[in-house]
Write a protein that binds this ligand. Structure first.
Ligand code: SAM
Length: 244
């Protein structure tokens, strides 16, 4: 098996109106190799085929932040947090692609964060830092609450749980980006209720098709429009046990 990632120049251009630089292509390739290597010891991902890795980890991570890749996006140097980053998705591809951002990669599992620390140093990514903690805890710390322009979250839990993890961390006017597979109208209703209680609104729900396997995906964009009440996020475990 060859472990070379495909280039996909045309698809990057057509779908995101964006092209990786030579340096970014090198970092994507190195990231892929480090994950294959890390997979031997840690259960990081089942996605190891180069095409599948490109689509499900690289392209999917960047599709969610499409608004940031467009030139007229503000703020100029966004502060971002990736909640439950796991093996570094979507946060590491975002750190590679948006060099002017500062990104915090959060996970509650220390061994995953130790693995990411090595990735950051191997890829010389100085705009990313890691944190071992829980979203429910840092949402109540003054250092993190109201501290971020953008909060990313992929494959961490039910959508109202994702809303409760992300919205307290955002500055007023900040954006939460929730990556989803399928999406139903019932989820929109439940999410509206949760987001209302948390000081946010649903800005948009985008449906798209992935470029290689043509699977349906969704990205939910929440805008923080007012203060999140002090009791959110609730104590560790409560958001998942009693979702809003
Ligand atoms: N975001 C990555 C991705 O899409 O490939 C990883 C998803 S993995 C299924 C979920 C990750 O979220 C795990 O690494 C887990 O440790 C972390 N996690 C779950 N609940 C969390 C919480 N409350 N605070 C921080 N991390 C959490």
């Amino acid at each position: 098996m060859t472990n070379l990632l495909p280039e996909m120049a045309e698809i990057w251009q057509k779908t995101l109106n964006w092209q990786p630089t030579l340096q970014q292509k090198g970092q994507f390739q190195k990231l892929y190799e480090l994950i294959l290597e890390g997979n031997r010891q840690l259960n990081l991902t089942r996605i190891v085929d180069p095409q599948e890795f490109w689509e499900k980890h690289l392209w999917d991570s960047l599709r969610g932040i499409a608004p940031l890749l467009s030139a007229n996006f503000s703020p100029v140097s966004p502060t971002i947090i990736d909640i439950g980053t796991g093996a570094g998705f979507p946060g590491v591809p975002v750190a590679i692609t948006v060099p002017n951002c500062t990104i915090t990669l959060l996970d509650s599992t220390r061994k995953k964060i130790t693995f990411i620390d090595n990735i950051l140093s191997e890829l010389a990514l100085t705009n990313a830092k890691t944190l071992v903690d829980r979203a429910e805890e840092i949402g109540q710390h003054s250092q993190h609450r109201l501290a971020y322009d953008i909060a990313l979250i992929r494959a961490v839990g039910a959508v109202s749980v994702c809303a409760e993890y992300t919205l307290p961390l955002l500055k007023q006017g900040g954006l939460a980006i929730i990556y989803r597979g399928n999406w139903t109208e019932d989820e929109t209703v439940a999410l509206k209720n949760a987001v209302n209680q948390l000081g946010g609104v649903i800005e948009s729900i985008e449906q798209f098709t992935t470029p290689l396997s043509h699977s349906i995906r969704h990205c939910v964009y929440l805008r923080k429009v007012t203060t999140t009440p002090a009791n959110f996020p609730r104590a560790v475990g409560v958001p998942t046990q009693k979702p809003l």
